[in-house]
Design a protein around this ligand. Sequence first.
Ligand code: NAG
Ligand code: NAG
Length: 507
Amino acid sequence: MAKSSSRSIGYLITTIILSLLLSLTTADPTCSATESDFANDPALHTMSFDIGYGPQEMLTYVQPDVSTFYHLPEGQRTAATPRHNGWAAKFVNMSNKPVRLFWDPQNGRPGSIIGNVQPYNAAGTASFPGHAFYVTPAHDENIRLASWQVSPPQSVYYYDPITIPGDEEATQRNLDQLSTEEFEEYQRHVDNREFSKQYFEFTGREYLAFYPRNPPSHKMWRADYYGQQHWVTTRETHFVTLPDEKELGPIQEVGSARVLKENDARILQEYRSPEPVLNMTMTVLSCAPRAFEIKEFLSQAEVDHIMYLTTGMKLHRSTTAGANGQLTKEDLERDDTRNTRTSLNTWVYREKDAIIDTIYRRAADLLRIDEALLRPRGPEEQVQLKSKRSLAEALQLVHYDVGQEYTAHHDFGYSNIEHPDQPARFATLLLYLNEGMVGGATQFPRWVNAHTDQGLNVEPEVGKAVLFYSQLPDGNYDDWSHHAAMPVRQGEKWLMNLWVWDPTYDH
Ligand SMILES: *[C@@H]1O[C@H](CO)[C@@H](O)[C@H](O)[C@H]1NC(C)=O
Ligand SMILES: *[C@@H]1O[C@H](CO)[C@@H](O)[C@H](O)[C@H]1NC(C)=O
């Protein structure tokens, strides 16, 4: 049977169902976010589009006028062009053969491999304008099937050996060589590319996800203007003194047995602040990307505990208050493997003990996510989610010495499109464990603002948290969530990352 670019009925129906799920965010029963969260968000606009299946609508994110970030009427301010010109680059393989993706140094030297791209999948990286990439067949790296130069505002580059523009006959011959499954995969990409075009025209941003992708299943805090505040109360109050190690064994309960009741002995109330709740203040630092700071998210006792757990050392109290984070002689003597250990990342599981569990519960309240989503669940918990896996990763402890940095990157990745829900990192919670170093800021180099071409620098402070989202409220990935750990020039830096995924965690 000759295949044509008219779509098969089965595929059409699937697309209509997916589009319906997508078009009204509240129609999806897996969405825990409320309708008003989306409906009142001034950054969301209804986009009408047609990718060949008739007119459809979808709520899309359109970056508000920068004036509104200053609480001013539209048109009063103009966005500065950031000095950092980094840009997401995504390469999509629309062929039925695997390809290898290379970065081209453009100096006559061989390219560096970025990755193998399986058929109908994609690879990507944080890049810069003018950088060049190419794909080769898996079997011969000397054949360049296609090459591109990164040219903003384009982020997504397609390798499509099937459709030959202006040559319908050749295109048809290529289509005829595809199996039915390959044809359907190819058609999904054609639809995605067409959707992306219309999304770009409407929003001014590239569609970095793969159409259709649902809006986040979690709520998202609004960031309408700088300095805007949100308050979140949590009964996960601060530890002010530390229990004896004997009282802090690993958590054994599983599933709903982990739900805490009032006065549960596991809360260890006698070691906590006497107030019944902790009132956390979130302050908007950046509106695009949405980034917030939460001072005193962790108490000093909690920070001390984490440092002790992960390095076997106690960070001397005075060093956390500004003495360049240096360790005392005793600290160094206690751990002579420090140099190798601290240059590595360490992972801390939620089940490690009640203090780490408390930090996850507090983070869940901050994000307005059920704490059960951040751990393995019992069969009766969050039944709308087939997967019982945690949506959170283990806490990642990171240490930076003088000269160390992490250049600008994104926390999201491009999931395999065989996952219909496209799992991706949704939110990052950075927890600072020390302060007083020189350098070492967290930088958002491309934050949208009207007063500087410099990045937004967030200075580490003991116990402070920074929350930012890697996704937009419409389910697309946020290229502007680019962030960097600036080099430490004096002292050292300790922090933890907590990553929460949406709508599932693809281990
Ligand atoms: C492109 O996709 C085809 C079909 O899925 C696959 O066989 C091929 O390896 C992919 N190429 C790359 C570079 O990923
Ligand atoms: C939390 O703190 C803010 C700022 O002080 C205050 O306006 C708000 O009422 C507090 N919320 C609660 C529940 O105490």
